[in-house]
Write a protein that binds this ligand. Structure first.
Ligand code: NAD
Ligand code: TDX
Length: 398
C-alpha cells in the first residue's frame, strides 16, 4: 500500500486529484494537510474525509512540528504538494502571503520529507533515501512568463511530428494564436507576484534535488477548469454571475489567451508522473487548447442559455430571466496589472515519455463543468459566503 501526503487537497485541483486517486486505487492511503484558507473547503471533500483510507489534518504547510508529526505517524511514500495561494489578482493586492506559503511552505515540506526519508549518507556526503519515495511539486505554466500572441484570430495548428500527434488523438480543428509554445527548456521568466513565488518554489525543489539528491518531480500545468473551481477564477465566476444576471467583467479587451485543461486530465497526468516520471525531471501538462477570454465568456453564455431553453427544470437555479442571458451581460473592465498575454503548453515530453494525453475535449469539458455548477449550487453558496463577498466588492465594485 502506498501512502500519499497531499497538502492543499481541500482546494480545486487537490480535491479532484484525491477523488481521482481514491477511485482508481483501492489499496492506498491519503493524508490531507490543508489550512482551509478561503480557497479550501471541507464541503469539497466531505465524502473523502469519511473514507477509511483518508486522514484529514487541518494545518499550515509551514508548520514544521505538524508536518514532522504527520511523517512520524505515517509511512509517507509520496508528497504531492498542491497547497498554495493560487489567485493572480490576490497576489497583486497582497503579495507577501504568496511568498510565505508558496516558497517557505514548499521548503518546509521538502525539508521534513528529506529528514524522514534519509537512511544515511554516501561517501560523498549525499543523503541516501528510502526506496521508491518521491516529492512532486504541482507548479504552473505561469513560471515561464508570457508568450507573444502572433495572430488576432486563431489559425490552424498543424502538428507534423508523429509522436506529438498522439497528444491530440481524435481531436480535430486544433488552433493556435501564436508560433511559440512553452517547453520544459523555456527559461523561467515569471511576471506576477504569484508566478514569481511559484517559480521560486520550483527553484527550491530543484535545489533540493541537486544539493541533497532528493527524488523529486515538478509538473507545470496550464489553466484548469472543472468541478469545485473557486468562483474567483474566470470560468466559475462567469457561470455564477450569469446565473444571477450579474455583469461579466472581462479584463482589458478580452483578447488574452489561456490554454485550458479539464481538471481530471491534470489529475491523471500527476498520477503518471508520480508513478513513472524520471527523477529530477520537469513535465509540462497541457493539451493544445488555446482560447481568448472573450470567446470563453461567450461560449459559457451560449451553453447556459441552451441548457436553460432545452431543460426548463434548470430554471430553478436562475436568479434572473432567461432572456437576460446574452452578450449584453459582458462588460470590459480595467485590465489586470502586468496581464500575461498568452499561455500555450507543448506537452510533447509527457506525451512521449509517459503516454499522457488529455481525454476531455473542451466542448464536452465546459458543458460538463457548467452542468456540475447547475447541480451543485449549494456548494457555490457555501464557498461564496464570508470572505468572498468582501473580495468581490473590493475587486469589482470599486
Ligand atoms: P486553490 O486555491 O483552489 O487551493 C489551494 C489549497 O491550498 C486550498 O485548499 C487552501 O486551503 C490550501 N492552502 C493554502 N495555503 C495553505 C497553507 N499555508 N497550508 C496548507 N494549506 C494551504 O488552488 P488550485 O487551483 O487547486 O491549485 C492547486 C495548485 O496547482 C497550486 O499550487 C497552483 O499553483 C497550481 N496550479 C493551478 C492551476 C489552475 O488553473 N488552478 C494551474 C496550474 C497549476
Ligand atoms: O474576472 C475576471 N476577468 C477576466 O477577464 C477574471 C477573474 C479573470 N479574467 C481573465 C484573466 C486571465 O487572462 O481571465 C483569464 C483567466 O484568469 P484566472 O482564472 O484568474 O486565471 P489565470 O490568471 O490565467 O491563472 C490560473 O491559471 C494558472 C490559475 O489561477 C493559476 O493558479 C494557475 O497557475
Amino acid at each position: 500500500m502506498k501512502t500519499y501526503l497531499v497538502p492543499g487537497a481541500a482546494g480545486f485541483i487537490g480535491a479532484n486529484f484525491t477523488k481521482y486517486m481514491l477511485k482508481k486505487y483501492e489499496d492506498i492511503k491519503i493524508v490531507i494537510l490543508d489550512k482551509l484558507t478561503y480557497a479550501g473547503n471541507l464541503g469539497t471533500i466531505k465524502d473523502e474525509i469519511k473514507d477509511d483510507r483518508v486522514e484529514f489534518v487541518k494545518g499550515d504547510i509551514k508548520n514544521r512540528e505538524l508536518v514532522d508529526n504527520i511523517f512520524y505517524r505515517n509511512n509517507i511514500d509520496y508528497v504531492v504538494n498542491f497547497a498554495a495561494e493560487s489567485h493572480v489578482d490576490r497576489s497583486i493586492e497582497n503579495p507577501q502571503i504568496f511568498l510565505e506559503t508558496n516558497i517557505l511552505g514548499t521548503q518546509n515540506l521538502l525539508d521534513v520529507a528529506k529528514a524522514h526519508w534519509m537512511l544515511g549518507k554516501d561517501e560523498g556526503g549525499y543523503p541516501i533515501y528510502k526506496d521508491g519515495v518521491k516529492y512532486l511539486q504541482v507548479s504552473t505554466d505561469e513560471v515561464y512568463g508570457s508568450l507573444s500572441k502572433d495572430y488576432e484570430e486563431a489559425i490552424d495548428l498543424l502538428l507534423e511530428d508523429e509522436e506529438v500527434k498522439q497528444v491530440v488523438k481524435d481531436r480535430v480543428n486544433l488552433k493556435t494564436y501564436g508560433d511559440n509554445f512553452f517547453t520544459e527548456e523555456t527559461p523561467i521568466d515569471p511576471r506576477s507576484p504569484y508566478s514569481s513565488s511559484k517559480a521560486s518554489a520550483d527553484m527550491i525543489v530543484m535545489a533540493y534535488a541537486e544539493t541533497y539528491k532528493m527524488p523529486v518531480n515538478i509538473t507545470r500545468c496550464s489553466n484548469n477548469y472543472g468541478p469545485y473551481h473557486f468562483p474567483e477564477k474566470l470560468i466559475p465566476l462567469i457561470i455564477k454571475n450569469i446565473l444571477s444576471g450579474k455583469k461579466l467583467p472581462v479584463y482589458g479587451d478580452g483578447k488574452n489567451v489561456r490554454d485550458w485543461l479539464y481538471v481530471e486530465d491534470h489529475a491523471q497526468a500527476i498520477d503518471m508522473v508520480v508513478n513513472n516520471g524520471r527523477l529530477g525531471e520537469v513535465y509540462n501538462v497541457g493539451g493544445f487548447n488555446e482560447e481568448q477570454n472573450i470567446n470563453i465568456v461567450k461560449l459559457t453564455i451560449d451553453t447556459i442559455a441552451k441548457i436553460m431553453k432545452e431543460e426548463p427544470e434548470y430554471s430553478k437555479v436562475l436568479k434572473t430571466d432567461l432572456e437576460n442571458i446574452n452578450y449584453d451581460l459582458i462588460i470590459f473592465v480595467k485590465d489586470r496589472l502586468g496581464h500575461d498575454m498568452r499561455y500555450a503548453i507543448d506537452p510533447t515530453k509527457i506525451a512521449t515519455e509517459l503516454g499522457w494525453y488529455p481525454e476531455t475535449n473542451f466542448e464536452d469539458g465546459i458543458e460538463k463543468t457548467i452542468r456540475w455548477y447547475l447541480d451543485n449550487q449549494e456548494w457555490v453558496e457555501e464557498v461564496a459566503s464570508g470572505d468572498y463577498q468582501k473580495y468581490y466588492k473590493q475587486m469589482y465594485e470599486n
